[in-house]
Design a protein around this ligand. Structure first.
Ligand code: XMP
Length: 321
C-alpha cells in the first residue's frame, strides 16, 4: 500500500488541521465541494476541516437513507447548526430501499449502498450543485481492510481501481485517510466538535444494513432500530469500544402468553477494541445481559430470543454483514 499512516505519537492535531486546511483550499481552489455528513466522528471531522478551508463553498448534506438510528438526522443537524455549519437533509429512503430489494448476499448489499450513494444520490447532488469535488472521511483502517480483502468498506473507491472522475464525474478528497480512529478523535476535538461527537462509538457507513441478515426491508430496519436504541441506552456507560444489535434472518420457536410464538432473534455484540482490527467481547455483568434480554423481548415487537456474541474478531467481525 503506497499510503503512509500518521501514527498517533507523530500526530499534532493543530498542525494537522492547519496543513489539511491549506491542502483543501489549494485543491478546490475557487470552486465548490460537497460532502455527506453521517454524524460519525470521521465525516464530522471532515465537515469541520472543509468548512474551515472553504466556508460556504462546501455544501454539506445529511443523506437520510432510511437506515440510520432513531432521530439521527435531526440530532446531527442541530449539533452542526450550533457550530455555525448549515446541513441540508436529503430524503433518499426510497432509492436505498429499492436498491436493496431482493438482495441477501452481504457484499451485494454493500455494493447496492455504494452505487445508490455515489452514483444516484451524490451524482445528482453534484450535478445540481456544480461541484467538482466530493470530500469524505475514509480512514486508514477502511483502506487496510478493503485492500486485504476482509470487507469492502462502502467508501473505498480509488484503492479498488475505481476512477471516480470517470465513473461518477467528480474527484474524491480524503483528508483523514492517513489517520486511524484515535487520531481522528483527537483532530475532531481540536476542531472544536462537542464530546458527543468526538467520543462517539463507531457506526458503519452502510448503517443498520450491516446488522440485518438476509433481505433488508423497512420492517426489519424498524426492528433492529428499536433493539439498537435499547442496546445503546444500556451499554453507553460500559466503556466498551462499540456495541450493537443484529437481527437474524431465521426465526425460532418461542412462547408468549402460554402459546407458541415463532419469532425473531436479536444478537447483541459488545466489543473491546482499539482500532476495530481485532476485538474481544466485553465481559458484561450477567445482570446487564438479563436486562437487555428482558427489555428487547418486551419492547421490540416479534422478538422472542436474545443472544450475546462471545466470539473474538477474528474469526468474527464487528458487524454481521
Ligand atoms: P468489521 O465489521 O469489518 O468492522 O469488523 C470494523 C469497523 O468498521 C466499521 N464498519 C464500517 N465503517 N463503512 C464504515 O464507515 C463500512 O462499510 C463499514 N463496515 C464496518 C464497524 O462498525 C467497525 O467499527
Amino acid at each position: 500500500m503506497d499510503l503512509k499512516e500518521i501514527k498517533l505519537e507523530d500526530l499534532n492535531p493543530e498542525e494537522f488541521i492547519e496543513q489539511k486546511v491549506k491542502d483543501i483550499s489549494s485543491t478546490v481552489g475557487g470552486g465548490l465541494a460537497i460532502n455527506a455528513l453521517s454524524g460519525g466522528v470521521d465525516s464530522s471531522a471532515v465537515t469541520m476541516l472543509g468548512h474551515k478551508a472553504l466556508g460556504d463553498r462546501l455544501k454539506t448534506y445529511f443523506i437520510d437513507n432510511g437506515l440510520m438510528r432513531e432521530g439521527e438526522p435531526q440530532r446531527i443537524v442541530s449539533v452542526f447548526e450550533k457550530m455555525g455549519v448549515r446541513v441540508e437533509i436529503v430524503d433518499a429512503k426510497e432509492q436505498f430501499f429499492s436498491a436493496l430489494k431482493g438482495l441477501t448476499d452481504p457484499e451485494e448489499k454493500r455494493e447496492a449502498i455504494t452505487q445508490s450513494f455515489y452514483k444516484e444520490v451524490f451524482g445528482r447532488l453534484v450535478k445540481e450543485s456544480g461541484a467538482r469535488h466530493l470530500m469524505q472521511g475514509t480512514n486508514y483502517t477502511d483502506v487496510e481492510e478493503t485492500v486485504a480483502g476482509i470487507k469492502r468498506q462502502h467508501n473505498i473507491l480509488a484503492q479498488l481501481g475505481i476512477d471516480t472522475e470517470e465513473s461518477f464525474g467528480y474527484k474524491v478528497e480524503e483528508p483523514i485517510i492517513q489517520l486511524r480512529k484515535t487520531g481522528i478523535r483527537k483532530v475532531a476535538k481540536a476542531l472544536g466538535l462537542p464530546e458527543e461527537i468526538y467520543n462517539r462509538p463507531p457506526f458503519p457507513g452502510p448503517a443498520l444494513v450491516t446488522r440485518i441478515l438476509g433481505e433488508v426491508t423497512p420492517e426489519k430496519v424498524e426492528t433492529v432500530r428499536k433493539a439498537t436504541k435499547i442496546v445503546e441506552e444500556e451499554l453507553c456507560n460500559s466503556g466498551a469500544f462499540q456495541y450493537l444489535a443484529i437481527l437474524h434472518d431465521s426465526k425460532v420457536t418461542g412462547m408468549r402468553d402460554g402459546k407458541r410464538d415463532y419469532g425473531m432473534q436479536i444478537e447483541v455484540r459488545c466489543w473491546e477494541s482499539k482500532d476495530a482490527i481485532t476485538g474481544t467481547p466485553t465481559r458484561l455483568p450477567y445482570e446487564t445481559l438479563e436486562k437487555l434480554a428482558e427489555r428487547i423481548t418486551t419492547e421490540v415487537p416479534g422478538v422472542v430470543s436474545v443472544t450475546y456474541n462471545i466470539t473474538k474478531k477474528p474469526p468474527s467481525t464487528i458487524e454481521a454483514v
